[in-house]
Design a protein around this ligand. Structure first.
Ligand code: G4P
Length: 526
């Protein structure tokens, strides 16, 4: 095996998907603890206070250091290198989340034992399903009372449409929580509360029939034996092939805050989660072990260092090896660039990376020339596909306070669009600048960044647009006819693609019925 193939094979690149409050941040901390990336859990980032209120979020963004470094966390575990890609917690940034999911090979789903499958989990699973991303499941907060595990698994199977294969099984919950039984290893792992901030060895008792269990668990031992018999009869076995096809998810139970059940999860994760996968391009499929470097940009974020106004483009390495000072081709603009100072994300510390392999993420300094979706290669003309733009659900018209600042406004909006912070639509019939967003907080962020970074004072007015669809038609003549007829409702997006902006959903439906030959797309690929 070549060095590149070896390095690729030991990478595990993933993201955690969950509904807010299920415990993603807590689990992240514990995983880093196992990776030796931090000594004491509790240091990843502030929680509640930085998450919910707008003003707090703004304050956090100002200390950009936190959000950039925690966007990608790399740590070694056993003989593997784990890359954990963070997704923003707030639902207003779900577009960012979706794009991040295009850069991972698998995902870990966290579910709150008391709440079960929640709205955002459903949405995120839909995205994972588009790319048949394999999924591990962690059911969290067993130290509290929650729903019956069997009932929860039924819900996952029914609502999320994925079969469950329990790997560990909880022994009681809440005050009666005693630990987990590992179905595949036939051992009981005993729970000790309050040991959450350090890495610890759990006490293991081998064998379900072991009399030691009765001594430790009392009457719960017999209950456990009965339950396991039931579970084994009623649930699926862990079938690795079905997991890799995204049809089945191995399920683990635990309490992230007490650092219990996490090691069992991580051990199986690094063993069975997929190594970097091949990637589709417009020209051919790129295999990770290829000698030549390639990758794509899935996220752009303002630099942590307020002294530098540049931005960081996050690139997922798809093949070959990145080395310092290498030359790469930015395919879209056909330019070769020498990259001397890419960022790495090892152990939550920002440093200069000397090498990176498939599955790794590197941060490129971007002075406005890199866009989301850009492909970088060692000269080959190809473009990675599948990085989507989503049709916004909220629209506002930008109103400039000082008309002399029009140029600055346009420049600012262009750059914020490149970053994916907002989407811009220019109607064919007038000079309006219409901003589109998936969440309302995006407008506030854009307004603030226009003020701070481009010295533009801008307000956003409501406008009667309900939804947008990218339109296309194979037949040029029919397209022209559609263009004439629907002129009033057509606009160009930031890349000059034609978009139908509908004042109401009913209007959109009618347009679709009126022009059956025209395709209306809710997403556009970069
Ligand atoms: P998120 O990133 O998915 O939004 O969730 P986060 O980890 O921030 O956890 C949400 C809340 O749930 C936090 O409490 C956290 O301490 C708690 N939590 C996480 N894992 C467990 C667990 O295993 N058991 C129990 N009982 N609670 C857990 P909070 O009060 O909202 O925040 P904080 O004040 O503790 O920071």
């Amino acid at each position: 095996m070549s060095n590149i193939a070896q390095e690729a094979a030991r990478r595990r690149t993933f993201a955690i998907i969950s509904h807010p409050d299920a415990g993603k941040t807590t689990l992240t901390e514990k995983l880093l603890l196992f990776g030796g990336a931090i000594q004491l859990a509790g240091t990843v980032k502030g929680r509640k206070s930085t998450r919910h209120a707008t003003s707090d979020w703004m304050a956090m963004e100002q200390q950009r250091g936190i959000s950039v470094t925690s966007s990608v966390m790399q740590f070694p575990y056993k003989d593997r290198i784990v890359n954990l890609l963070d997704t923003p917690g707030h639902e207003d940034f779900s577009e960012d989340t979706y794009r991040t999911l295009t850069a991972v090979d698998s995902a870990m789903m966290v579910i709150d034992v008391a709440k079960g499958v929640e709205a955002r989990t459903i949405k995120l699973m839909e995205v994972c399903r588009l790319r048949t991303t394999p999924i591990f499941t962690f059911i969290n907060k067993l130290d509290r009372e929650g729903r019956e595990p069997i009932e929860l698994m039924d819900e996952v199977e029914e609502v999320l449409g994925i079969r469950c294969a329990p790997v560990t099984w909880p022994i009681g919950m809440g005050r009666r929580f005693k630990g987990v039984y590992h179905l595949l290893e036939d051992t009981v792992h005993l729970y000790q509360p309050g040991k959450g901030s350090t890495r610890q060895d759990v006490t293991e008792i081998p064998g379900l029939d072991n009399p030691e269990l009765d001594a430790v668990l009392g009457s719960q031992a017999a209950e456990l034996r009965d339950e396991i018999e039931l579970v084994k009869g009623a649930s699926n076995e862990f079938d690795v092939a079905a997991y890799l096809r995204g049809e089945l998810t191995p399920v683990f139970f635990g309490s992230a805050i007490n650092n219990f059940g996490v090691q069992e999860l991580l051990d199986y994760f690094v063993e069975y989660a997929p190594a970097p996968q091949p990637h589709v391009t417009d020209a051919r499929v790129v295999e990770p072990e290829e000698e030549k470097f390639s990758g794509f940009v899935f996220k752009i974020q303002a630099n942590m260092d307020p002294q530098h106004r540049d931005r960081i483009a996050f690139l997922r390495v798809c093949s070959g090896r990145y080395t310092r000072n290498m030359k790469m081709r930015q395919v879209r603009i056909g330019r070769d660039v020498q990259v001397a100072n890419a960022m790495t994300f090892m152990a939550a510390e920002r440093g200069q990376v000397e090498e990176a392999y498939p599955g790794d993420i590197i941060g490129l300094h971007n002075h406005g020339t890199i866009r989301i979706g850009d492909t970088f290669t060692q000269g080959e003309e190809l473009k990675f596909t599948g990085i989507p733009n989503f049709a916004p659900e909220l629209f506002r018209r930008a109103v400039l306070r000082d008309p002399m600042r029009m140029k600055a406004l346009q420049k600012g909006l262009d750059q914020l669009c490149e970053e994916g912070a907002t989407q811009l639509f220019r109607p064919l019939r007038n000079n309006d600048l219409i901003l589109g967003a998936v969440g309302v907080l995006q407008f506030e962020v854009v307004a603030q960044r226009l003020r701070d970074e481009y010295k533009v004072e801008c307000a956003f007015e409501p406008i009667s647009v309900a939804t947008a669809r990218w339109v296309a038609c194979e037949d040029d003549k029919l397209m022209q006819k559609f263009r004439d007829k629907a002129y009033e409702n057509l606009a160009l997006d930031q890349s000059d693609e034609l978009v139908y902006i509908a004042p109401t959903r009913v209007n959109l439906q009618m347009a679709q019925e009126r022009f059956p030959e025209v395709e209306f797309h809710a997403t556009r690929e970069h």
